[in-house]
Design a protein around this ligand. Structure first.
Ligand code: ATP
Length: 318
C-alpha cells in the first residue's frame, strides 16, 4: 500500500482530529502517502484533495471539530455518483480510504468497497449509536459536556427550587441521556429504549418534592423529545415551577477528553494496520477495552442493545 486517503463525514464529533492525526502519523511511519479529502463525500466527488504531512496534523489533538471539514452529501446514495467517486480515487492512485463518521457514512464506505475500493470505517459520532462497538469517538466528550451543563442547571434549579428539564442529543439512541443523566444525578431519565410515560416522569418529580428535594433534574433524550412541553405539563400538573433547556449543538463541540483522544489514536492506528494487511470493508471498534475490527456489512446489520443494568442503577439512584 503506497497511498491512502482519509475523510470525515456526517455530524462532527470531538476526537475526529485526534483520529486524523493518528492515521496520518501511522501511515507516514510506514512510508504510506496520505491524501486528506475535505468535506466528506462531497469533496471526494469533487476531487477536493490535498497531501498531508506530519506538520499538517500538528497541534490538532486537542481541538474539537474536524480539520478536514464534514458535509452531508445525499447524492452519495446514488450508485452512479459512487461509481464516479471510485473513479476519482483510481485516477489519483489512492489504494485505500479511511472514513470517519456514523452509520450513514459507513453505508457510503460499504458502497465504495463494493466497487473494489479498500475501505475502513472509524466510528466518529457523539451519539454512540453503533451496535458493534462499546464506544464511538466523541461520545465521552459529549457526555462530559452534558454533565457540566447539568451541574450548572442544578445550581440554579436548587436555588429556585425549580424542576429543570434538559433535552440532550443522541437521535434514537438514549446513551447520552443515560450516561450523562447518571453522572449528573438526574431524578429521572427518558430514553427512547424505555417507554416511560409523561405521567410516570411527573410522578417521579412529585415523589422527589415529597422527599424535600430542592432540585429536580429530568433528562430527556432527543429520540423522546418534547422537553418544553414536558416542563409546561410539570408546572400545570404539580404547581412546581419548571424550565426546559435544549442543549443543542453545544454538545458537538469542545476539547476532546483524554478518553476520546486515546480511543481515536488506537482506532486510527488500527485502521492503517488493516489497510497494510490488505483488508477492506472493515470497521474498527472497541469491545471490553480491546480494539476490534468487523465486517462492515455485519456491523451495520447489528441491533443495538440498551444497557438495562446501567438504566436500573440510574433509576435506583433517583
Ligand atoms: P451522524 O451519526 O453523526 O449523523 P452519519 O455518518 O450517520 O453521522 P449521515 O448524514 O447519516 O451521518 O451520513 C453521512 C453521509 O454518508 C451522507 O451525507 C451521505 O453522503 C453518506 N450516506 C448516508 N447514507 C448512505 C447510503 N445509504 N448510501 C451511500 N451513502 C450514504
Amino acid at each position: 500500500m503506497k497511498k491512502i486517503a482519509i475523510l470525515t463525514s456526517g455530524g462532527d464529533a470531538p476526537g475526529m482530529n485526534a483520529a486524523i492525526r493518528a492515521v496520518v502519523r501511522t501511515a507516514l511511519k510506514n512510508d504510506i502517502e496520505v491524501i486528506g479529502i475535505n468535506m466528506g463525500y462531497e469533496g471526494l466527488i469533487n476531487g477536493d484533495f490535498h497531501p498531508m504531512d506530519r506538520r499538517s496534523v500538528s497541534d490538532i489533538i486537542q481541538k474539537g471539530g474536524t480539520i478536514l471539514k464534514t458535509a452531508r452529501c445525499p447524492e452519495f446514495k446514488d450508485p452512479a455518483v459512487r461509481e464516479k467517486a471510485a473513479q476519482v480515487l483510481r485516477i489519483y492512485g489512492i489504494e485505500g480510504l479511511i472514513v470517519i463518521g456514523g452509520d450513514g457514512s459507513f453505508m457510503g464506505a460499504k458502497g465504495l468497497s463494493d466497487l473494489g475500493i479498500k475501505t475502513i470505517g472509524l466510528p466518529g459520532t457523539i451519539d454512540n449509536d453503533l451496535a458493534y462497538t462499546d464506544y464511538t469517538i466523541g461520545f465521552d466528550t459529549a457526555q462530559n459536556t452534558i454533565t457540566d451543563a447539568i451541574n450548572k442547571l442544578r445550581d440554579t434549579s436548587s436555588s429556585h427550587q425549580r424542576v429543570s428539564v434538559v433535552e440532550v442529543m443522541g437521535r434514537n439512541c438514549g446513551d447520552l441521556a443515560l450516561y450523562a443523566g447518571l453522572a449528573g444525578g438526574a431524578t429521572t431519565i427518558l430514553v427512547p429504549e424505555k417507554k416511560m410515560t409523561k405521567e410516570e416522569a411527573i410522578r417521579e418529580v412529585m415523589e422527589g418534592r415529597k422527599m424535600k428535594k430542592n432540585h429536580n433534574l429530568v433528562v430527556v433524550a432527543e429520540g423522546v423529545g418534547g422537553a418544553r412541553e414536558l416542563a409546561q405539563d410539570i408546572e400545570e400538573l404539580t404547581g412546581i415551577e419548571a424550565r426546559a433547556t435544549v442543549l443543542g449543538h453545544i454538545q458537538r463541540g469542545g476539547v476532546p477528553t483524554a478518553f476520546d483522544r486515546i480511543l481515536a489514536a488506537r482506532m486510527g492506528h488500527k485502521a492503517v494496520e488493516l489497510l497494510m494487511e490488505g483488508k477492506s470493508a472493515r470497521v474498527v471498534g472497541i469491545k471490553a477495552n480491546k480494539i476490534i475490527d468487523m465486517d462492515i456489512y455485519e456491523a451495520l446489520a447489528m441491533e443495538r442493545t440498551f444497557d438495562e443494568e446501567l438504566y436500573k442503577i440510574a433509576m435506583d439512584m433517583s
